[in-house]
Ligand binder design. Structure first.
Ligand SMILES: [Zn+2]
Ligand SMILES: [Zn+2]
Length: 277
């Protein structure tokens, strides 16, 4: 079964389980579809599977040290479609439509560079607009990355990669799960949504391994959904315990439906560096 069919099945499952999530899941579903509808030139980043494995064996993530750019027309299309979705939800989007004209000729694939470009244009925006622009750019980049790197989804990362940063794009994880059968921890990248296993709990944000400074708490006593916290850097990582849940999950979707865990973690004084993007 292909990955998209699996995501659609999961979306249907959660809509049925919790009708309050329907609106949110519809939005997520349409965002997720953009990688199939808006991208005309897939695979800008090309490498053979052998070269990809060599790169990992040298302890480098797949795109590390490689110069590559996003096809401007494709990025434009994704950007425009996200604006349309926001407009339908009542957001004022004219200012973002104007920014489309100012996109650079070579769209950087490095999120920091893209945010730097946004910062140069954000003086025209109110605070809410600034947050929305960052959101649009991050989502557009993420949609592009997901489409681009699904070609590497089947690599057995466990054999090559032990770091807490993404083996494909080098970015940080946002959420994790403990596998249903083995209890092994799997992290998911916030940008390309690659999932990869890690050996033990290390704080992905500061590298802290001191188990005395790592802890967790549950939301509403539900042991399937927990918030792992690091008292060395004060960051949190959402974790789904599949054994408790009794089913397998897709972390990209779990991140959407567990927004209440973010709220809870904030209220307890913890932060996630990725929420500040
Ligand atoms: Zn990644
Ligand atoms: Zn930490």
């Amino acid at each position: 079964m292909d990955f998209n069919t699996e995501i659609d099945k999961e979306i249907a499952y959660y809509k049925n389980l919790n009708p309050k999530l329907i609106d949110l899941l519809d939005f997520f579903s349409r965002l997720n579809q953009l990688q199939y509808l808006s991208i005309k030139q897939p695979y800008v980043f090309t490498t053979s599977k052998d070269d990809a494995l060599k790169q990992l064996q040298q302890d480098k993530y797949l795109t590390e040290g490689k110069q590559w750019f996003i096809n401007k027309q494709d990025f434009n299309n994704i950007f425009r479609e996200i604006i349309k979705l926001l407009k339908e939800r009542g957001e004022k989007t004219e200012v973002f439509e104007n920014l489309l004209m100012e996109l650079p000729e070579k769209i950087p694939t490095n999120p920091e560079e893209l945010i730097k470009w946004a910062n140069q244009h954000q003086n025209k925006l109110e605070e809410r607009g600034r947050n929305t622009l960052t959101y649009i750019l991050w989502q557009a980049l993420s949609i592009f990355y997901q489409n681009e790197f699904k070609q590497f989804r089947n690599i057995d990362y466990q054999r090559y990669w032990t770091k807490a940063t993404c083996p494909v794009c080098g970015n940080l994880p946002k959420i994790s799960k403990l596998l249903k059968d083995t209890g092994k921890r799997v992290l998911a990248c916030y940008l390309c949504w690659t999932e990869w296993p890690v050996h033990r709990l290390v704080c992905p944000y500061c590298g802290n391994k001191d188990q005395d400074k790592l802890s967790y708490f549950y939301a509403d006593g539900n042991k399937a959904y927990r918030v792992d916290i690091c008292n060395a850097c004060n960051h949190y990582l959402k974790t789904i315990d599949e054994k408790q849940l009794g089913r397998e999950t897709i972390l990209e979707l779990e991140d959407v439906i567990t927004y209440h865990l973010d709220t809870l973690a904030f209220s307890e004084g913890y932060q996630n560096p990725l929420n500040l993007l």
